[in-house]
Each structure stands twice: as structure tokens, then as C-alpha cells.
Design a protein around this ligand. Structure first.
Ligand code: WT7
Length: 595
């Protein structure tokens, strides 16, 4: 049996989607008061992920394919003409795609990749700005059974190379403006058979480079979807840890069950919503809640392919009548800095629900948003590894500003004493394994994944406390990873790249507090003989990292030192430097120093 006969009869009665909105049509009265929604307590009682399986029309053992579920399925439920994507870029170019467009264009991409000889299970990297090909290409890759590997297009050649090499990536989809980075590293990547460029004619390309214009090639009406199952690999997201290079977090198609329901309940989706997620799909928020969550729910989403600009953002909300907005604390702090005056110039009355992720959401930001937008931002906590929101301020639940809220129904979360790994009032955030979107491992690194578990708990690598009402309060990370503007930067990656500078002898990359980005990267550096620390050298080193890694991994400050603190066995102790930056006591170092 193929995917259609397996999935369709059941999905026709999908309880979650009861709408058939046409372009431009609004459903008055749909915006029910919050009290009409089941409460957090009600949803928690007898919770079972089967609720989401049923709404998605999935039964254990069925074929399940995210690409199909986010496009064809919606068309079959009567939403073919509903708008799925409202796209605009920094120059004001605009495009609109219906669910039927998603279906046909993702078929076209899937067909093209299959014709190139890409096989199911192979990794296909999306190295694109936030252009429609990124969102639709993601579905296309999944439809033909390959694994989507989205990478942030601001990455420099070294960041890109490390991740493509580790994943053994077979093909990369990119734009003309990023092609030079791919060309620079191509020789180091024997597995990379194809480089697909979406915005140039074939004549301007070199060997093993193929032009593909999604909207110009003949559209493919019917594509035989690859029959992926629950445990088939879907997405590979690279995430940074304390040690070693970034790790490939391996997601599976079954993750949609959790992404669908968390998006629906936490982002409080209603059929006529216009949803805006600020995150780039190079990071997990941009795929779980920038592609899969909204489209599995048949929601219209708006995408702005442009950097931060308060005026432009408010204009965007006003123009598209955005109702649900998923943002991040750094962006909110930047908006706060711009003040309330600019907000009064715009009609932002469409906004109904606001949420935030990526870093601690400071209480001032919650209070400010309530004042200026009339709605608080709802903090949500999760990670690349969890694949979905796990701790959250649930819609309708009392918000305690500064708290991350409570576990999503079906998620067992606690905090553990770091010595005994027994539940405590404050300690390490831990989750009971087994929710649908938990990653199934790190690519090529089973030991790294195993190390995340203790006493039957998955450890997030963060610290928190739980209050008497069961609310979680974030305290900090439990490792040396730097969280800058919601993006994790691994110190090892920065230190490795620093060693690529001729002047650098040794280095340590640590977090430094920052009023807007929460943390920024700071590097302590010793120079080789024959080099003198200077302002010019500092700039040269910063530029080197910005180009090779990315603007966010670039140290905002470089401190030249005579020597770095080390253990007896010679390992650099970043913690001492980090504590210095944060003015915190270093504490007991005896065990570390004996390392
Ligand atoms: C790390 C995960 C999950 C999407 C974006 C980041 C930090 C995430 C919060 C929050 C405090 C948070 C944690 C976490 N983080 N959300 N609401 N409050 N910290 O995904 O790149 O895997 O980063 O971001 O440290 O472990 P990621």
C-alpha cells in the first residue's frame, strides 16, 4: 500500500482541522475568549500523545512523512487554496503560496533531487537565506526520503565545512551569494556530489553545480512520496556543546506528533491566525515552529527575510495583521530599547498571542510587552535535542514574570541534585525520555548522546529551581556553552578557529555578560613569539572568526594575557575566566585543577 491509501482514509476525519478558509476570507467570531479553551489542568489530565496522532490521522505502524503531512494532507482536508506562506524580503519583494503551491513545489523539488540521484537517507543541506525555496525545499527533501540539514546562511566556510564533513552531506542547496563559500571547501568534501543553486542560470555555474529555479521548471503534480516510518530520520540540526565540534542532532518523522500539538496548544493556534516566527530555519525553532508546527496545523504563516529593524518589524505586523508572534528575548530587548513611541505609530491590534524562546526572558520584558502590546510574552523553554517545547507558560495560565512556566502535558520534567541525580528543589533540568520529538541520537556520536543521561533522566545541561506552585525558574547553563542572542556557540569551535590565526598561541573562549544579547563571546589569547598584542591584531583576529565561523561567534572582545589558567594535566579552565567576567566567586576548584 502506498502512503495515500494508508494515511488518507483516517486523516479525513482529523479532528484538529475543521476549517476550509479561502484566500482573504476571515472567520468572524473565531477568536473565542480564552475561557472557551480547556485549561492547562484539564489538558494535563489523562494526556496522551495519541490525541495528536489522531488529529494528524496517524496510527502506529503507518507511513508518516512530514513533507506530505505539511502540504498534501492539508489540501486533502480542503485547504488547498488557503494561504500557507506570505513572504517578503528586505527589499520589499513579496510572494504568496497556497497549500496547493506548497504541495506542487515541494513535489517539484523532491522530483528534481530524485532525478539527480539523491537517495533516501542521504543528507541534503539547505544553505539559504529565508527565501521560499528554504521552506518548501525542506518539505521536498523530506518527501523523497532524504534528511534535511538546514544551516544558517551567515555561517562562514569553516562552520559550513565542519558540519558538511561530519554529516557526509551529498548535496547542498544554496544561492549565488553564498556559492563562494561552498566552492572554497568543495575539495575537502568528497561526499558532496551536488551543489544546487536556486537563483542563477546553468551557464554561470561550474562542474558539479546545477541550476534549479523552483518556480520556472515544469511543476510536478504527482510525486510518489517515499514511505518513511515513525523512526525514519528527518532533520539533522547541528548544535554546540562544551567539548568538541558541534553535534548533529538527529530527528525523526514521528517528531511531527509533538511539534503539531505543542504548536497548537502553546502558540494557541486558531484557524484564521497569521503567524510570524522570527527564527531562521538554520536553528531548530525555525523548523519545529517555523515550518512543521504551523503547517501541520494548516496555519498561514508570514516570513520576513530581513534582519532586525524595529520599524520594519512593526510595519510587517501591521501589514500582514499578524496574530501570533513567536520571538526571542534579545529581539524583545532590542525593541524595548527603541521605546514605545514607535509602537504608537503602528496599528498592532491584530496581535493576540505572544511567545518567546532561546534565552531567559527577563521579567521586565514580560511587563513591558503587557504595557505596550496589551499582551505578555509567554516564555517557552526547549532545545534542539527536545525538538519541541517542553516547559512553558501555557495560554491562560497565570504568568509569573521571569519563570519559564510548567511542563507541557505528557512531559515529565524535574530538577536533579548535581551530586546524587535525585530530584531536588534546585539543580539540573531533567526530562523523562520518550516524548515523540526527542532526538534519537547525535550523528556519528553515540557516546556523546549517552553522556546526556543519568538515572533514567535526560539532562538538558541547564540549571533551574522549581517553586511551590510547580513553576520552573531558569538559573543558567551547566556548561561552558555561550548563549548569545539565543544562539549557542561552542567555545571549542571558536578556540579551534582562533588557532587558525598565525599570531595565536593559545586561547579560551568564554561568555561575557551583555545587556542586549545576554552573553557575547570573549576570547582570552596568548600570542606566539614575535607577535605583539595591539588593537590592530585584535581587529584582525575578530575579523578572522567572523568570516570563518559567523558574526555571532565573533569575539566582541579579545584580552591578551601572558598565560591561561590550567589544570595540572594542562587543560585550560574556562570556568575561572567566565566567573571573572560575571563577577562570580570561582568556588571549589580542587577537583578540576587535579584533572
Ligand atoms: C538552550 C537550547 C529551543 C530553541 C532555541 C534554542 C537555552 C532555550 C530558554 C528559555 C532560558 C533557554 C537553554 C537551552 N534556552 N530556551 N526559555 N529560558 N534558556 O535551541 O540552540 O538547542 O539551545 O537554549 O540553555 O538548553 P538550542
Amino acid at each position: 500500500m502506498d502512503l495515500f491509501t494508508l494515511v488518507l482514509p483516517f486523516s479525513k476525519c482529523a479532528a484538529g482541522l475543521v476549517v476550509s478558509l479561502r484566500i482573504g476570507e476571515r472567520t468572524p467570531g473565531e477568536d473565542k475568549p480564552m475561557s472557551d479553551r480547556p485549561s492547562y489542568e484539564q489538558l494535563n489530565t489523562n494526556f496522551n500523545w495519541v490525541i495528536a496522532e489522531r488529529e494528524l490521522g496517524y496510527r502506529p505502524g503507518d507511513v508518516i512523512n512530514i513533507g506530505w503531512m505539511c502540504s498534501d494532507r492539508l489540501c486533502q482536508l480542503g485547504l488547498a487554496e488557503k494561504l500557507a506562506l506570505l513572504w517578503e524580503d528586505y527589499q520589499g519583494n513579496q510572494k504568496r503560496f497556497t497549500y496547493n503551491d506548497l504541495r506542487v513545489y515541494s513535489n517539484t523539488i523532491a522530483h528534481f533531487l530524485a532525478r539527480l540521484g539523491i537517495l533516501p537517507g542521504e543528507r541534503v543541506c539547505l544553505f539559504l537565506d529565508r527565501v521560499p525555496e528554504l521552506y518548501i525545499g525542506f518539505l521536498g527533501i523530506l518527501k523523497m526520503g532524504a534528511v534535511a540539514q538546514p544551516l544558517f546562511s551567515a555561517f562562514g566556510d569553516e562552520s559550513l565545512c565542519v558540519r558538511l564533513k561530519d554529516a557526509g552531506t551529498s548535496a547542498i542547496v544554496t544561492q549565488k551569494k553564498h556559492l563562494h563559500k561552498v566552492r572554497k571547501i568543495r575539495e575537502q568534501l568528497p561526499n558532496l556530489r551536488h551543489c544546487i543553486v536556486v537563483d542563477v542560470p546553468q551557464a554561470s555555474l561550474q562542474e558539479r553545480e546545477t541550476a534549479f529555479a523552483m518556480e520556472q521548471v515544469p511543476p510536478v503534480e504527482h510525486f510518489p512520496i517515499y514511505p518513511t516510518k515513525a523512526e525514519s530520520p528527518s532533520v539533522l540540526h547541528y548544535t554546540s556543546g562544551t567539548t568538541g565540534q558541534p553535534k548533529g542532532a538527529q530527528h525523526v518523522h514521528y517528531s511531527i506528533v509533538a511539534q503539531y500539538l505543542t504548536a497548537k496548544w502553546v502558540l494557541d493556534f486558531r484557524p484564521d491566525d497569521i503567524y510570524w516566527c522570527n527564527a531562521d530555519p538554520g536553528w531548530v525553532t525555525g523548523t519545529s515552529y517555523g515550518i512543521i508546527g504551523p503547517w501541520a496545523n494548516g496555519i498561514t504563516q508570514a516570513v520576513l527575510d530581513s534582519g532586525f529593524n524595529a520599524g520594519k518589524w512593526y510595519e510587517f505586523i501591521e501589514k500582514y495583521r499578524v496574530t501570533v508572534w513567536y520571538s526571542a528575548p534579545t529581539a524583545i530587548r532590542l525593541l524595548m530599547k527603541e521605546g514605545a513611541e514607535i509602537i504608537r505609530k503602528h496599528d498592532l491590534s491584530s496581535l493576540r498571542h505572544l511567545a518567546s524562546v532561546g534565552e531567559p526572558l527577563n521579567p521586565e520584558a514580560v511587563i513591558w510587552s503587557k504595557e505596550v502590546f496589551g499582551k505578555p510574552f509567554h516564555d517557552t523553554f526547549w532545545q534542539t535535542e527536545t525538538g519541541c517545547i517542553v516547559i512553558t507558560n501555557f495560554p491562560g495560565m497565570e504568568i509569573k514574570p521571569g519563570s519559564m512556566g510548567k511542563p507541557f502535558p505528557g512531559i515529565t520534567a524535574t530538577v536533579l541534585d548535581p551530586r546524587t541525580y535525585e530530584p531536588a528543589k534546585a539543580g539540573l533540568i531533567a526530562l523523562r525520555p520518550g516524548w515523540p520529538s526527542q532526538i534519537r541520537g547525535y550523528w556519528n556520536n553515540p557516546a556523546g548522546y549517552q553522556a546526556k543521561f543519568r538515572n533514567g533522566w535526560y539532562l538538558c545541561g541547564d540549571r533551574a529551581s522549581i517553586d511551590a506552585d510547580g513553576y520552573f525558574w531558569f538559573m543558567g547553563r551547566d556548561d561552558d556553552v555561550i548563549n548569545t542572542g539565543g544562539h549557542l556557540v561552542g567555545p571549542f569551535e571558536v578556540e579551534s578557529a582562533l588557532l587558525g590565526c598565525p599570531a595565536v598561541a593559545e586561547s579560551a573562549a568564554v561568555a561575557k555578560p551583555d545587556p542586549v544579547n545576554m552573553e557575547v563571546v570573549k576570547a582570552y589569547v596568548t600570542v606566539k613569539q614575535g607577535y605583539q598584542p595591539s588593537d590592530d591584531l585584535e581587529l584582525e583576529i575578530m575579523n578572522h572568526i567572523r568570516k570563518r565561523l559567523s558574526p555571532l561567534a565573533m569575539p566582541q572582545e579579545i584580552e591578551f594575557v601572558e598565560s591561561l589558567p590550567k589544570t595540572r594535566s594542562g587543560k585550560i579552565v574556562r570556568r575561572i575566566l567566565r566567573c571573572k567576567e560575571f563577577n562570580e566567586p570561582v568556588g571549589d576548584l580542587s577537583t578540576i585543577m587535579d584533572d
